[in-house]
Design a protein around this ligand. Structure first.
Ligand SMILES: Nc1ncnc2c1ncn2[C@@H]1O[C@H](COP(=O)(O)OP(=O)(O)O)[C@@H](O)[C@H]1O
Ligand SMILES: N[C@@H](CC(=O)OP(=O)(O)O)C(=O)O
Length: 549
């Protein structure tokens, strides 16, 4: 008799800090166990946040670092803050363990986890108090501090899952980089093209080994993945656990990567700012990357590169509406027809009906689209896909003196930006003029230095309080007249434009407007160019749909 062993496909789920902070119960008692039935699951966790990421564990740990650098004067504040981090985690664990439906069979597991959380926090306190005496921390030491957020989250999630009958094991990746590269990390990393795609590829291989050691238990992996040569926060930045989840997906060749958030997926505009925004059932990887870079911080910008190369689709899902279809990002537009996305297991019940969008309608529309030959991202829209806003922008205009050669002028401008570590989002030039939209530097002295540097070339004008409005759409370059529609919409709304940029990317048209006009500009483009009726218009007439996107 021939027996066929059916291996379950791999699925990677990443949970953001606010989702874990608000819905740990649903995640551990419903979502993960249901998906685990049909898949080899890997769960990647961010550090816990309460209601807002800005007051979450990673932000508190950054505050601890700041107190350590203030020296011994800030000793009490430092101790109190570490105690607060410890207590926040103990409360979350206690709330889970004492829920009425919980059976008291895992007292020892909870007690061990409480002891573990206390031990880790005491270790952090000792480390930071020692650093306080020196009054500074190296970038690598700062990474060590930040790592604790994800470590504590994973300890708690693994304990909660195990206690409700889904065996799980925390996997700490804080030493993964030295395990992969050994002591010669600096040389090796340089050889791997300074943290280019190959670097992450090597890491994914190392992560694969860690995951496979978990056997039958679900690996609960820290979204923090290492002490980087130049610090993880500097090289990758906040939101790094999306990238870690992408590496886990690559490591096992996952069928899908799911990023669970508090929104239904990617919308035609930020749903918190434009109430009539609609959920997009699919977007292309390029669209997702552009939207993310220009203000819709739905996924970390480096995530897509990893999974696109490995042909893994990414789905954004809402922890409050687990049965929803979410938004699927196919690795390339051509893949949307050939990859069949994972269907959410049923029955997954939703814990909130209050958010914009309709998951039931979206699922129905998706099957409608497939039945009618619309294949995900391949469906060609005749309108742009979405509009987004990036805040905190400065506009710098430089008019170059006549005696400077124009060909050397731009090289020097970019050299000064690099020296002052100021990132440029948009550039337009004519022979002697250059306009730059740059992110406001955190350090105001960097801007002063840059201004002085630029004044050597000619006249410099810096306008603060600007924003970039970006319209994104697959094949937008082929949509004749779209630029005209955008400019007309802004003219009708009486909004001045300070810079326009089109051409560098086929799928993006960006404009700089005053920060005070940014929301009005986004709303005008949303209704006039994306042609999505405002709420008021929807109330006044019958609008078919509304979810066919
Ligand atoms: N086009 C967009 N589609 C969806 N969300 C968007 C968009 N632009 C901006 N956002 C914002 O991105 C955030 C992403 O969701 P959230 O779950 O809060 O993130 P996190 O998991 O990082 O805590 C939301 O606050 C939402 O308002
Ligand atoms: N905890 C980290 C990493 C992260 O990815 O967070 P989140 O998934 O909550 O955006 C941060 O706050 O940046």
């Amino acid at each position: 008799m021939v027996t066929t062993v059916v291996t379950k496909p791999w699925l990677v789920q990443k949970y953001g800090g606010t989702s874990l902070g608000k819905l740990l119960d649903n995640i551990c008692c419903s979502i993960i166990p249901q998906y685990a039935m049909g898949h080899n699951l890997i769960v990647v966790c961010s550090a816990l946040s309460g209601t807002l990421k800005a007051s979450g564990t990673t932000s508190l740990l950054l505050q601890c670092i700041a107190f350590a650098e203030l020296g011994v004067d800030a000793q009490k504040r430092l101790i109190d803050l570490v105690d607060l981090i410890r207590d926040n985690h103990l409360h979350v664990l206690e709330a889970f363990a004492s829920a009425p439906t919980r059976v008291a069979t895992h007292t020892q597991l909870y007690e061990d986890t409480v002891a573990g959380v206390k031990r880790e926090c005491e270790g952090l306190k000792r480390f930071l108090l020692a650093a306080q005496i020196v009054g500074e921390l190296s970038p690598r030491s700062k990474d060590r501090v930040i790592a604790l957020g994800e470590k504590l989250a994973c300890m708690i999630v693994a304990a909660c899952l195990t206690s409700v009958g889904t065996p799980a094991k925390p996997v700490f990746l804080d030493n993964i980089i030295s395990s992969a590269f050994g002591s010669s990390i600096h040389d090796q990393v340089a050889a791997l093209e300074r943290l280019g795609p190959k670097f992450y590829h090597v890491l994914a291989g190392q992560i694969s080994g860690e995951i496979r050691q978990c056997g039958q238990e679900i690996p609960i992996v820290t979204g923090f993945f290492g002490i980087m040569p130049d610090s993880l926060l500097q090289t990758v930045g906040r939101g790094y656990s999306d990238l870690c989840a992408a590496m886990c997906a690559v490591a096992v060749g996952a069928e899908e990567l799911q990023i669970w958030k508090e929104v239904d997926g990617i919308f035609t505009a930020d749903p918190r700012k434009v109430p009539s925004a609609r959920l997009l059932s699919t977007v292309t990887a390029e669209e997702a990357t552009e939207l993310t870079y220009y203000g819709s911080e739905v996924i970390h910008p480096l995530t897509m590169d990893q999974i696109s190369d490995a042909c893994i689709p990414l789905r954004l899902k809402n922890v409050f509406k687990p049965s929803g279809h979410g938004t699927i990002i196919y690795p390339s537009a051509d893949d949307s027809a050939s990859i069949s996305p994972i269907t959410p297991p049923s029955p997954l019940s939703d814990s909130s009906e209050g958010l914009e969008g309709s998951s039931r309608a979206t699922t129905a529309i998706s099957s409608f689209m497939l039945k009618n030959g619309y294949h995900g991202a391949q469906q060609e829209r005749r309108k742009p896909t979405a509009v987004t806003v990036k805040d905190d922008i400065l506009l710098i205009n430089v008019v170059c003196n006549r005696h400077i050669k124009s060909q050397g002028f731009l090289t020097q401008v970019f050299d000064r930006l690099e020296r002052n570590k100021i990132g440029v989002d948009l550039v337009t030039t004519s022979e002697r003029h250059v306009s730059l939209a740059v992110q406001s530097p955190g350090d105001p002295s960097a801007l002063l230095r840059l201004k002085e540097d630029f004044e050597r070339f000619g006249q410099v004008a810096i306008s603060p309080n600007m924003a970039i409005v970006t319209v994104v759409g697959h094949k937008m370059r082929n949509m004749t007249g779209v630029s005209n529609e955008i400019l007309s919409a802004l003219a009708s709304a009486k909004i001045s434009i300070y810079l326009t940029s089109q051409g560098a990317s086929k799928i993006n048209i960006s404009l700089v407007v005053g920060a005070d006009d940014a929301l009005a500009a986004m709303s005008a483009i949303h209704s006039e160019v994306l042609k999505i009726p405002t709420h008021r218009e929807q109330e006044n007439r019958f609008i078919p749909g509304p979810w066919l996107y």
